[in-house]
Design a protein around this ligand. Sequence first.
Ligand SMILES: CC(C)(COP(=O)(O)OP(=O)(O)OC[C@H]1O[C@@H](n2cnc3c(N)ncnc32)[C@H](O)[C@@H]1OP(=O)(O)O)[C@@H](O)C(=O)NCCC(=O)NCCS
Length: 165
Amino acid sequence: MHLGIDLDVRDLQQTDLDALEWSGGAAHRRTLAGVVEATWRGDAEAVVAELPTGVVVAMGALDVARSTEWAWLWLLAVHPDWQRLGLGTALVRELEARAAASGLPAVRLAAEHDNPGAASLYRRLGYRQVDSVVESWPDDAGRRYVTVSSVFERRLGGADQRQGG
Ligand SMILES: CC(C)(COP(=O)(O)OP(=O)(O)OC[C@H]1O[C@@H](n2cnc3c(N)ncnc32)[C@H](O)[C@@H]1OP(=O)(O)O)[C@@H](O)C(=O)NCCC(=O)NCCS
């Protein structure tokens, strides 16, 4: 993609983890370290968008081992200074291409009930709500954060492959 500057979309590396401090606290970065290990096993794909200066401004991940019916897209985040410029869209499209390359026919993801901006983005990209789930993950205080999320799905390779850029 081109924003007047060239952005490199490439695989997440273990050496990127410190540079992703903006995306969450210590517990979140431990999750990211686990994702890097999952990429080594071939169970996940993870990508970042990097400025020519080497600054990482966006990331997203794809679990390709959870189901044979769909890949699970998660951990999508764009640095607050770089939001609403198309980076989230570019990373979703990159991860969808990787899901298709893995032979998976659909991508699923979840958006928290109080994140209408993310839900609006996914709908624009051709996702449709298929379920609701209770999700939880560890927080930096050693507790678990619990939330209700909408699950969205997009079928790959069909008519809706052409929607939303
Ligand atoms: C959600 C997120 C990944 C989108 O990335 P992005 O680079 O800003 O997305 P894009 O520029 O490709 O697309 C922007 C679209 O997303 C939606 N959107 C994103 N943030 C929004 C907000 N705060 N309010 C309303 N719509 C929003 C809109 O549809 C917007 O389109 P518009 O600018 O034409 O109105 C980014 O805002 C982010 O990192 N947010 C914090 C973390 C998060 O919520 N991650 C998603 C978890 S499910």
